[in-house]
Design a protein around this ligand. Structure first.
Ligand SMILES: [Zn+2]
Length: 196
């Protein structure tokens, strides 16, 4: 999934989310009356958070400097697609139409499509773990160094996908995330390729 970035960046790299979006079709929706739900209220959700937070540290190799047992410092909001679009791209929500999750570097929070049920679905769980890895990266890496260039963004995303896929493999899941990352080309790469 994606870090929460400017609409320019989102437009540039939006293809990375296409596959993720397709998966959301089969997910059941959380039942909540409003268009926002803070994840972690039930015992089952709390156990899921602890399990995924520990695995995010294990598979990213980054130990949290805040909490190693549970992400108490990190709010996770499940929301409808329209609510997420308004949160991520308030000026031009159409740029966000394919996004189902994000780590918000400014507000230090995670936004997830309300169709995700990490406590019941391994693939959904892996995408929350992916966002956890971004949060772990951001504990010691500044927003600028995470998002300041296409090359930096790609490094952060690739590391998150690597951790996510290592987690999926360890759980016996056949699905692999972030296949589109191989197609992500940065302007620096184009300059490099022009030598050949
Ligand atoms: Zn990501």
């Amino acid at each position: 999934m994606r870090l929460l970035v400017t609409k320019k960046e989102i437009a540039k790299h939006i293809f990375t989310m296409t596959l993720v979006c397709l998966l959301s079709i089969s997910f059941k929706a959380h039942s909540f009356e409003q268009n926002l739900y803070q994840y972690g209220h039930t015992v089952h959700e709390q156990e899921t958070l602890q399990w995924l937070w520990r695995n995010a540290q294990k598979f990213s190799g980054i130990q949290s400097i805040y909490h190693t047992d549970c992400p108490h410092h990190l709010p996770i909001y499940m929301m409808t697609k329209s609510k997420m679009n308004k949160e991520m791209c308030p000026d031009e929500p159409q740029y966000c139409r394919n996004f189902i999750g994000a780590y918000d570097t400014k507000a230090k929070r995670i936004l997830l499509h309300h169709g995700f049920m990490p406590e019941e679905d391994m693939i959904a769980a892996s995408f929350l773990l992916h966002e956890f890895i971004h949060a772990l990266q951001n504990e010691t890496i500044s927003n600028e160094n995470m998002l300041g260039s296409c090359a930096r963004l790609r490094i952060m995303e690739q590391a998150a996908y690597d951790g996510q896929n290592a987690f999926l493999k360890s759980e016996g899941a056949l699905f692999r995330a972030g296949i589109g990352m191989r197609m992500m080309v940065c302007p620096d790469d184009i300059a490099l390729y022009s030598w050949f």
